[in-house]
Design a protein around this ligand. Structure first.
Ligand SMILES: *Cc1c(COP(=O)(O)O)cnc(C)c1O
Length: 441
């Protein structure tokens, strides 16, 4: 029996091979293909689906096994009895062709070993935390985090005896190290959770410093806490945290990756080992993305680089214009770092400033509301990363329930407007902002 693989023994060809090409073409004549190229075909072979150029949407709740032995083998994979995860398609709470193709393509951007799709960004975050955190553990995180993430860690996991300690997003290495040291005294540090840039302050976290400190402070420890980072604002184009040593990259794919404000989805990227642990939890609680949204996401990924590049260029033009207007107090945009430290973090980590920023008008809520109500192209809505420009008022909307003193600390003031620039013509957007600023006075 030596020399035979397990698959040979059972004679089972995994069902997923029916839609997977034997080998995806990743390079030509030694030239490594770019993600923008791979988004069109990677992970899908038309000949396995009646020649259909695009993958069909697999609307099925379950998949027929080729044999009883195949079914057994798949369940061994899905339950973790045999390491490596499911090799075939089983049941749509576990996996499906559309989700797997999109997971393969999402992985390409960060050269991640594997990826998982979820029914929302929060489903991705919740499933990851449930998979990695135990009662009595401590989570160290940067602050602020997306509000629902903070409430999940503080309130929901708090009910199960999980503690947390945070450090401000822009903290120095010494400050971060001191917080990690304190966390180690409290209990097992389950994971270090980051969000960069922080929303809505746009402050970047020094991921390089966090990775170095984690490696130093947990050298030789039984449990080395993985570093997870929410990359929704800059990924997957302008920031690649895995190449800086992050273990898990988390996305609300609802934003730039979906990119058209027409779907809700989440993703997690990382090593096979961590992804398999999170996959077992996703299989158990059913937080996988549905096939239709996964198909829409595949379509979105084809234009991701075009959309994000255009939005980034537009934002640079709009911000350069906005910052000199008489009605404007300041523009908080990653392209204008406000300290040497932030400029240094930006240079080391980011390849672009994104297209989401904060605009502080002279005045207060009345001026901010007058500006928002006067906009003609930009829509008044929360969310970001879509093809269309959106504007909102964090103090009265997304961050309404944040206590006054914390709002003050985070500079979420009544004169702050949050803007996500889309793919329109930049000069048209400037014309819209110009007429809206005139409405303020
Ligand atoms: C929107 C968002 C989330 C939550 O994602 P959903 O897809 O709305 O569940 C998490 N983190 C960040 C940074 C976000 O902007």
């Amino acid at each position: 029996m030596t020399g035979e693989t397990e698959a040979d023994l059972t004679g089972v060809e995994p069902a997923r091979n029916r839609r997977r090409p034997k080998q995806s073409i990743m390079e030509i004549d030694g030239r490594k293909l770019k993600p923008a190229t791979l988004m069109m075909g990677h992970g899908y072979d038309p000949s396995l689906s009646e020649g259909s150029l695009k993958p069909p949407i697999f609307l099925t709740s379950t998949f027929a096994f080729e044999s009883a032995a195949a079914g057994k083998r798949h369940f061994e994979g899905v339950t973790g009895i045999r390491p490596g995860g499911a090799e075939g398609l089983i049941y749509s709470r576990f996996n499906g062709p559309n989700q797997e193709i999109a997971e393969d393509r999402l992985s390409v951007w960060e050269e991640a070993e594997d990826a998982l799709l979820f029914s929302s960004g929060m489903a991705a975050i919740a499933t990851t935390l449930l998979a990695l955190v135990q009662p009595g553990d401590v989570i160290v995180h940067s602050a602020p985090l997306y509000a629902a993430t903070e409430s999940l860690i503080g309130r929901t996991l708090g009910k199960f005896g999980v503690q947390w300690l945070d450090f401000p997003a822009g903290a120095s290495g010494e400050e971060i190290g001191a917080v990690i040291e304190r966390a180690k005294q409290l209990g097992r540090v389950a994971l270090i959770y980051l969000e960069s840039p922080a929303n809505p302050t746009n402050v970047l976290v020094d991921l390089d410093a966090v990775v170095a400190l984690r490696n130093q402070l947990f050298d030789g420890a039984d449990h080395v806490p993985p570093i997870a980072i929410d990359n929704t604002f800059l990924g997957p184009l302008w920031h690649h945290p895995i190449s800086h040593g992050a273990d898990l990259v988390i996305y609300s794919l609802t934003k730039y990756a979906g990119g058209h404000s027409d779907l809700v989805a989440g993703g997690v990227l990382g090593s096979n080992a961590l992804i398999n642990t999170i996959r077992l939890m996703r299989n158990t609680i059913g937080t996988i993305l549905d096939p239709h949204s996964a198909w829409m996401l595949l379509r979105s990924l084809e234009t991701l680089e075009l959309r994000m590049s255009r939005a980034g260029e537009n934002a640079a033009k709009v911000c350069a214009w906005l910052k000199d207007q008489p009605q404007v107090e300041r523009v908080v945009y990653l392209g204008f770092p406000d300290s040497d430290r932030q400029a240094d973090i930006y240079r080391r980590h980011c390849t672009g400033a994104g297209s989401t920023f904060s605009l502080y008008l002279k005045g207060g809520e009345a001026e901010a509301f007058a500006f928002l109500d006067a906009l003609k192209i930009a829509r008044l809505a929360v969310s970001l990363g879509g093809t269309e420009t959106l504007a909102s008022h964090p103090a009265a909307m997304t961050h309404l329930s944040v206590p006054a003193e914390r709002k003050k600390a985070l500079a979420i003031s009544d004169n702050m407007v949050r803007i996500s620039i889309g793919c329109e013509d930049a000069e048209d957007l400037i014309a819209d902002f110009a007429q809206a600023l005139r409405a303020v006075g």
